[in-house]
Write a protein that binds this ligand. Structure first.
Ligand code: ADP
Length: 479
């Protein structure tokens, strides 16, 4: 049953749960306290009862002394009104009953046995249950008789008055506890409702925040540290959502714009070829122009896919240990073709051979992007230096060029998708505008980062830092 209540409470509101646990704790504490008080009171009452009973027994023994010392005890006591009215018995031995007053309660055989045992064991006070279940206390007083055997006088007293007092006390306490619990349930309900009212306000406000109104924030003063912290956390989360939604929208707009450019170019080429009904058109040239635009389009689509994969943190193949120097060497050989066209010299400076863990395909793509950019934006007859070393427990790959450099205003933005420091020139050089964005994402997926230092007309240095391979060979960030 308790578990059923618990299950129900688990489903219901925090308010109900708070009230329930508060009342349960308070109720248990009060009941324990009440039981303790009742126990103490019961002990005191029974002690007083026993003490009174003993005093009474001794008083009766004194008052009836003459009759008790006589030889015909039974007859003498039967003639004494005080002995007849008092609930008493007089025994010569546990087996010989001399007198039993009519006021003495009737006992069942177990009660009678307790009485004789008390005489035998010389116990001054015992508890017995009278016929009808009435609990009684019995006090025994031994009286010595000169020249003959002693006798024992027993006096009975009912415990009902003491029990009644205890019942009254218990009922009074039960009533008080119930009243306290009713008041506490009302009080705790009101307190919990007040304390949690801001939560309802927060829920209501969050529900009303629309995707179309990204600037909306929670302007709620909850009045408690915890809820104020929750409001501030939610606002920070909304800030982040706003930033990523805006950048996603900007990205979609930029991507469609970028896709539009080769499509418009293809349309222009085709329209020019079809002019005058296609007479006099140079079809091989039209096809070559179309091929260039199609290549640009497919580069862009490939980069968009790669970016989506990298942003989601997915590497296509499981991570493997990679010799960064060897990988950089391969990339530089590939980049050499573009470098030769521009008469740019590419040198590789291997100071250490750090081993990193990750996807060789993606890291090759990263290094190629940086190397191609360095060559692309270099001045003819200059040089590009690729260096590999280990620094502070990380693998560091630097690519330094002596090209046009990047202005301080552009520097913070070059990793953004489709950002071009010099749009006209960059598009001419054939980049999709996603190269650095993809490189940065690949570095992050591998637990690394790319930093850049640059000065206009002097050149740039891009530095890739990656964690060295761990003993288990895992790549940080590649779950
Ligand atoms: P793109 O495809 O246009 O090269 P990237 O993302 O690779 O796109 O680079 C973004 C921009 O950063 C480039 O358009 C260029 O202006 C600038 N950039 C990147 N690398 C270099 C470099 N080594 N020297 C000068 N500018 C660079």
């Amino acid at each position: 049953m308790f578990s059923a209540i618990q299950r129900r409470l688990r489903l219901s509101s925090v308010r109900a749960r708070l009230t329930f646990w508060y009342l349960l704790t308070l109720g248990t504490t009060l009941v324990l306290f009440g039981s303790f008080v009742l126990l103490i009171r019961a002990r005191t009452l029974y002690r007083e009862l026993d003490a009174d009973l003993e005093v009474r027994a001794h008083q009766l023994a004194g008052d009836l002394r003459t009759s008790l010392l006589a030889l015909d005890v039974g007859e003498r006591l039967a003639a004494e009104p005080r002995a007849v009215e008092a609930p008493l018995t007089v025994w010569e031995s546990p087996d010989t009953l001399l007198f039993r007053s009519p006021a003495f309660p009737t006992l069942d055989w177990a009660g009678e046995r307790t009485l004789t045992t008390a005489i035998r064991d010389h116990r001054s006070i015992v508890g017995v249950v009278g016929r009808g279940g009435v609990p009684l206390r019995m006090a025994s007083v031994a009286i010595g008789r000169p020249g003959t055997e002693g006798i024992v006088l027993q006096v009975a007293a009912s415990t009902l008055p003491a029990r009644q007092t205890l019942w009254q006390l218990a009922l009074a306490m039960l009533a008080s506890i119930s009243i306290v619990l009713i008041m506490a349930s009302y009080g705790s309900g009101v307190t919990a409702r007040r304390a949690l009212a801001p939560v309802d306000a927060i829920v209501d406000r969050v529900r009303r925040i629309q995707a179309s109104r990204l600037g909306d924030r929670l302007d709620i003063q909850a009045g408690s540290d915890e809820l104020d912290r929750l409001v501030s956390m939610l606002n920070q989360m909304l800030d982040r959502i706003e930033v990523s939604m805006r950048s996603a929208r900007r990205f979609a707009a930029d991507a469609s714009h970028e896709l539009q450019t080769p499509i418009a170019a293809m349309r222009g080429v085709i329209e020019a070829g079809l002019r005058n009904g296609g007479r006099g058109a140079d079809y091989p040239r039209v096809a070559a122009d179309l091929l260039i635009e199609i290549e640009r389009l497919s580069d862009l689509v490939r980069d968009l896919r790669l970016l989506a994969l990298a942003e989601a943190g997915h590497l296509l193949e499981p991570p493997v240990p990679i010799d960064l120097a060897a990988l950089a060497g391969e990339c530089c050989e590939i980049a050499q073709a573009i470098a030769e066209e521009k008469q740019v010299a590419v040198t590789v400076d291997v100071r250490d051979r750090p081993v990193v863990s990750g996807s060789a395909l993606h890291l090759r793509r990263l290094v190629l992007n940086l190397a191609q950019n360095a060559i692309r934006y270099s001045r003819p007859d200059s040089s590009v230096c690729v260096s590999i070393r280990t620094l502070d427990g990380r693998a560091v790959l630097g690519i330094q060029d002596h090209g046009c450099g990047i202005g301080a205003d552009d520097l913070p933005h070059i990793f953004e998708p489709f950002y071009r420091a010099d749009p006209a020139r960059a598009r001419d050089t054939g980049g999709t505008g996603l190269g650095l964005t993809i490189a940065d994402q690949i570095a992050r997926v591998h637990g690394g980062s790319i930093t850049v230092t640059s000065a206009l007309d002097q050149g740039s240095t891009f530095t890739l830092s990656l964690p060295l391979v761990s003993k288990s060979g895992n790549t940080p960030g590649n779950a």
